[in-house]
Design a protein around this ligand. Sequence first.
Ligand code: F0G
Length: 436
Amino acid sequence: MSSSVQAELVCFEASCRERFAITEVLYNCPKCGGLMEAAYSGARPSAGELRDLFRQRRLSTAPLDTSGVWRYRELFPFMNDNAHVVTLREGNTPLLDGPLAAQYGGLDKITFKHQGFNPTGSFKDNGMTCGASQARRLGMKRVACVSTGNTSASMAAYAAAAGLEALIFLPHGNISFGKLAQALEYGARTLEVEANFDQILALVRVLAERLGIYLLNSMNPFRVEGQKSIVFEMLDQRDWNPPDWIVLPGGNLGNTSAFGKALREAHELGLIAKMPRLAVIQAEGAAPFHEMFHKGGELHAVTNPETLATAIRIGDPVSWPKALHEVRSSCGTVEKVTEQEIADAKAMIGRAGIGCEPASAATLAGIRKLTAAGVMREDADVVAVLTGNVLKDPDYIYKYHTGKLETPSGVKIRSTFGNQPIVVPNDADRIAALLQ
Ligand code: F0G
């Protein structure tokens, strides 16, 4: 199947749409400052041909075909030469049913798309394989990111696999130990800055410019292209039958941007006949997008964002213009949830035998609120995206189950579904008595 597709970088702002070569190093439009996106023109295979091709590739053993991202490469055809691709066989994440969790969320049924099954345990791998591959294509030597933990874990792994030097900037004291450990293990140069995510992002932009380092945060348009595959794979797993809703947590809002772009493009290509609605869930202490969505106007950054779901502890999300467009054009919504709601929803996802990290559980907490408010019907077909693995933040889990978890402002979180370990003597009789 041949296609003669041209890829370009285009300014996302409708009033600008300035175009640039796909090989330019751009995160913002030099003309208007808008976000950049990859855009494609030219003849594409038909929807039927694409569906067949993606299925056939499941029988292939070629590295690109066994990646749950590159299997869908016709849907983000920016790469000129597949020799640049660095893959850890990312994607290939399951759809899981969680009847207990559905009941808790007020739904008849729920499906989790669990991105925690990725090589570094989060959805970031779907985007990072594309970002790191583009870095190789451009001949970059060093890559950098600021991160609440998952981007850095992912970038460290892909940089190592690609032979690139990784520079990581983290908010000191505010990332989970598991994520920090991953960056160290994968050999990244790791700087812990005494500032929050938003402040460090501004710093890293200056350093990247000054030192000629390639930035792999989610305003990198190739990260967004890769994260589209989360939606493509989910649709493929459902025989291209779209759900009514896709629910995801919102931090810097790169993933929301990617999901919306994926859905619009899948619809344009005829791969799906209807558009699911996007529901973005934020933590109450870091919910500027929720505020803007419901009150209107520009985004007002939260100066001191706070949440135990440190992955989404972001007060000034870079990708809000894209995310706003995507949520609106999908007739979607934005909800916010408390620390207690996140903690209890997370325990319920655990009880379902699935498990996830705190930010991911914002989805189920949000669903519970949306069904209670009548925004989401109880018989709706809902896919909730669990963005990170249960083992990313074991400290949070232990504290919740043992009644030691407190909000950032020191309010005790009830361990509603707590499950305490029991210390017992090395004595069969006494243990048997306990278990009777
Ligand atoms: N869930 C998890 C587990 C995350 O790590 C992130 C973001 C999000 C949700 C939110 O996604 O930013 O695209 O809206 N983590 C970033 C990081 C910011 O640095 O790892 P988003």
